[in-house]
Design a protein around this ligand. Structure first.
Ligand code: GDP
Length: 310
């Protein structure tokens, strides 16, 4: 069975890694959010793409959920000493990725080609595609400060401002990256990873053609909200600030119309009847992924469930 996974960074990378442990490269393509991308110190940074690539390459830092393992920080320390910007931390090894990507982008290479080449160099065999090669910037509308670029909100201001909405600047002109629509059209099912629905998955499905391609497939999502909370990051806070009680039910409703099926955690079993009212199939399981084995276990549950949907 051929699967396309839609992923953001942390939660998306974990499940993508689980799926990649089971499915051969020809049966799994991972499409990644690039709405978080930004320019910092003159460098083009693609945080979600890097998290997914590093995770599948076995290079990711397991403690932070971003950046690389066995990192050193000499460049960062030097920038700090020179009085430069340090709100976004870039380790020495990681920096090499951004330098090389920026250089290739400036020479005109599309992000999808660069990602393919980097993956090859890192020994990642599963195709990892940016949602688009065009610039799309997630903007966070806040009550206190108006519109903020995503990383300004997320990292610099530690998600503290109150969210009132989102805008994906440039998305009207963006086209899916080479291979994205082909991968979806050739897939049997689309798996929406347990990523932040507002700022990781929505940007992907807002790129022209991606949502409608997904709609022709069996689509299953896994809830990133467990027991009313996000495992990591601002997803639950965003729901609350937008006037929606954060829950697995809220996530299922978020994707209403797109989903054939929904997977949520056993701690949320009480929501089963309400979720079933959305006329989708459900699977209740342990959806926490604390290590590589747990990623694989959840991926196995997902794939077994997907098989029952045909
Ligand atoms: P980001 O772009 O780095 O924020 O990454 P994602 O959007 O892919 O991931 C953030 C989401 O992953 C959060 O909403 C978390 O609740 C969710 N998440 C992280 N780890 C897990 C996990 O082990 N299980 C589930 N179900 N969700 C998780």
């Amino acid at each position: 069975m051929k699967i396309v996974a839609l992923a953001g960074g942390v939660g998306g990378a974990k499940l993508a890694h689980g799926l990649a442990q089971i499915l051969p490269p020809e049966n799994l393509t991972i499409i990644v959010n690039t709405g978080d991308d930004f320019e910092y110190l003159g460098l083009k940074i693609s945080p979600d793409l890097d998290t997914v690539c590093y995770t599948l390459a076995g290079l990711a830092n397991p403690l932070t959920g971003w950046g690389r393992a066995n990192e050193t920080w000499q460049t960062f320390e030097n920038i700090k000493k020179l009085g430069g910007q340090t709100w976004f931390q870039l380790g020495d090894r990681d920096l090499g990725t951004h330098l090389e990507r920026t250089y290739r982008l400036k020479k005109g290479a599309p992000l999808s080609n660069i990602t393919r080449d980097f993956c090859k160099a890192w020994g990642v065999e599963h195709p990892i595609l940016p949602m688009t090669d065009d610039p799309v910037y997630t903007m966070v509308n806040t009550r206190e400060q108006g519109e903020l670029p995503f990383q300004e909100y997320f990292v610099h201001q530690r998600c503290e401002p109150t969210v009132s909405g989102f805008r994906f600047a440039g998305v009207e002109k963006a086209r899916p990256a080479k291979g994205v629509l082909e991968a979806i059209n050739n897939a049997d099912a689309v798996v929406i990873c347990p990523s932040n629905p507002w700022v990781s998955i929505d940007p992907i499905i807002t790129v022209a053609g991606i949502k409608s391609a997904c709609e022709t497939k069996v689509v299953v999502a896994i809830s990133p909200i467990i027991g009313g909370k996000a495992v990591k990051g601002p997803a639950a806070k965003m729901y609350r600030e937008l006037g929606i009680q954060p829950s697995a039910l809220a996530v299922a409703k978020h994707y209403e119309g797109l989903l054939d099926a929904f997977i949520f955690d056993q701690v949320d079993e009480v929501l089963k009847d309400e979720i079933a009212l959305l006329d989708i199939k459900t699977l209740i399981t342990n959806s926490i992924m604390k290590n590589s084995d747990e990623r694989k276990r959840l991926a196995k549950d997902v794939l077994k469930f997907v098989h029952t949907l045909f």
